[in-house]
Every structure is written in structure tokens, then in C-alpha cells.
Design a protein around this ligand. Structure first.
Ligand SMILES: O=C(O)CCC(=O)C(=O)O
Ligand SMILES: [Fe+2]
Length: 284
């Protein structure tokens, strides 16, 4: 039977009551999954409900995001890094999104793919409700973190990306590679962690909130697989060595929901990306 991805009023009231009684998120989730709810859907609504109870405000009633000066800086179309001239192709200011070219050379892209290929594992997502890492149909790619260690290429890329994002290198998480086969996708999501979701407390202690993301395309995709921003009607088409940058936390700690994005299903061929998520503080 098809799993439920919406809730009748009766269940809605049950969920409110369970949250009000401080039931354990894992128990609420287990009850919903036993009643045939889609697990990813259940985690999402439970996380949101707890978050709403803690802030007392639904998302629509919070203060609108205030835009400051974008972190990323360029002169003309140029971002000069220590070892490579990166080009800005497109910039949007609200939300802050930029499309960059010439971020990695073809050889660097191939070398990163070669490094990651044998380390891939099914991509997991962190449950907003329980904080567990789970494999869900919202994310059907395979991925691997690439800790820098003593790898000269990764070290160079981490430094270059820190210069592009104008953030300290220590604030970056380890580089992360994703591989999508035909039909694989990453459904729209924010990259930041809702600070009120109980499942995200542990990761938020490791360097604070995520503030910005750089996604570098490591190959040309035969068909589709765009990075989509559904609230903007924007699709960034993968191009080997190019990248999309976006930022979503300002100095006041507000989070920009307009940066919701996903990896659309790959139509033909395969898609490889390299992601850098940047934290507020030193990431440990
Ligand atoms: O594959 C994409 O285009 C999006 C990847 C993504 O959203 C991420 O790595 O956070
Ligand atoms: Fe993302």
C-alpha cells in the first residue's frame, strides 16, 4: 500500500497532543510509521511541529529575512584565489545565489571523482525528529566525505573554496562528493539545520549553523540533473568545473528559507558533484 504523505485532522490533533505531552520523537515516529505514514514525511512533520512549539510561531509569521552584503566578493567577473581565477557568471542578491565558472580544472574534477569512487555509500539524511542518519527515498544518490588528511589536492581545493566563499578554511566541513545514477535525485531541502528540531542539536554543536554552500559540478550530465531552487524558479545546469554558491544565514542568525534547493532526477548519464558546507564557527 502507498505510504501516507499527508495527515487527516484527527492525526494532526494527535500529533499536537503528543508533542504537547513531550512524547519522545522516536516514539511518535514509530507510531506514525506503524500506521503506514511515509517515514521521511513523518520525520519532517514531527520535527516541524516540535520546532513550532518551541518558537511559538509558524514559519510564515517569523520576521522576514534581512539581506546584508553577500559574503562572496568579485571584481568584474573575477574572484582571484591563491591558485586560480574563478569567474562569476550570474548573481542573485535576494536570496544570495551565484553561478561560478572555472572553479576546478577538468583534471581536478576527474581526480576528485577517482578519489571518491570507491568510498561511496548510500546517502543518508539526518532525521529532524530523532537525529538519526537514515537512508530515505528523498535522497537516492550515493556519497562520501573526503577528509583532507595529507592529500595535497583536497588541501588545495579546501583553501581555494575558503577564498571563494570568503570564510576561514576551518569553518568548512570536509568536502563531500555525491554521485547520482539515472533517476537518482535529492528532493528539495534547506542546507541549514532548523535550530528548533530536536534531531539537529548534536550537529549544531559541531561548529554551529551552516551558513553557505558551494556545489561544484564534476562532470557534464548527459540529460537533466539540474540543481533546482523551487521558490525561485531557478535551475542551475551542471557544467564540469562550474559551481553554484548560495548563503542562508545572516549576522542576526536568521535563516533564509528561499534557498530551498534540490538535485533534480538525472535523465541520462550520471552526475557527480562536490559540496562544501560552511559553518558559523570552526567545524569539529
Ligand atoms: O546535486 C545537487 O545539485 C544538489 C546537492 C545538494 O543539495 C547538497 O549537496 O546539499
Ligand atoms: Fe543541499
Amino acid at each position: 500500500m502507498e505510504k501516507y504523505k499527508h495527515m487527516p485532522d484527527e492525526w494532526d490533533r494527535w500529533l499536537d497532543a503528543s508533542v504537547d505531552r513531550d512524547c519522545r520523537p522516536a516514539d511518535i515516529l514509530a507510531a506514525m510509521v506503524a500506521a503506514n505514514y511515509d517515514p521521511a514525511y513523518a520525520e519532517q512533520v514531527i520535527g516541524e511541529r516540535i520546532a513550532r512549539r518551541r518558537t511559538g510561531l509558524p514559519a510564515a509569521e517569523r520576521a522576514p529575512y534581512r539581506y546584508g552584503t553577500p559574503r562572496i566578493r568579485h571584481q568584474g567577473n573575477l574572484i582571484r584565489t591563491g591558485d586560480r581565477d574563478v569567474r562569476v557568471v550570474m548573481r542573485l542578491d535576494q536570496p544570495v545565489v551565484a553561478v561560478l565558472d572555472n572553479v576546478l580544472s577538468d583534471d581536478e574534477c576527474d581526480a576528485v571523482v577517482a578519489l571518491a569512487r570507491d568510498r561511496l555509500a548510500p546517502s543518508a539524511t539526518l532525521s529532524p525528529a530523532t537525529g538519526e542518519n537514515q537512508v530515505r527515498d528523498t535522497r537516492t544518490s550515493r556519497g562520501a566525505f573526503l577528509p583532507e588528511g595529507d592529500n595535497a589536492l583536497l588541501r588545495r581545493l579546501n583553501r581555494r573554496i575558503a577564498q571563494i566563499t570568503n570564510t576561514p578554511v576551518e569553518h568548512g566541513e570536509a568536502l563531500h562528493v555525491l554521485h547520482y545514477g539515472v533517476g537518482a535525485e535529492y528532493k528539495p531541502h534547506p542546507d541549514y539545520f532548523d535550530p528548533n528540531s530536536p534531531g539537529f542539536a548534536a550537529t549544531l554543536r559541531r561548529g554551529g549553523q551552516r551558513i553557505a554552500t558551494l556545489i561544484v559540478y564534476l562532470n557534464d550530465v548527459e540529460d537533466a540533473g539540474d540543481t533546482v531552487f523551487p521558490k525561485l524558479g531557478l535551475s542551475v545546469v551542471p557544467k564540469k568545473g562550474a559551481a553554484v554558491y548560495f548563503e542562508y544565514m545572516n549576522e542576526e542568525g536568521q535563516l533564509d528559507e528561499a534557498t530551498l534547493h534540490g538535485g533534480a532526477p538525472v535523465g541520462a548519464g550520471e552526475k557527480w558533484v562536490l559540496t562544501k558546507w560552511v559553518r558559523q564557527d570552526v567545524f569539529r
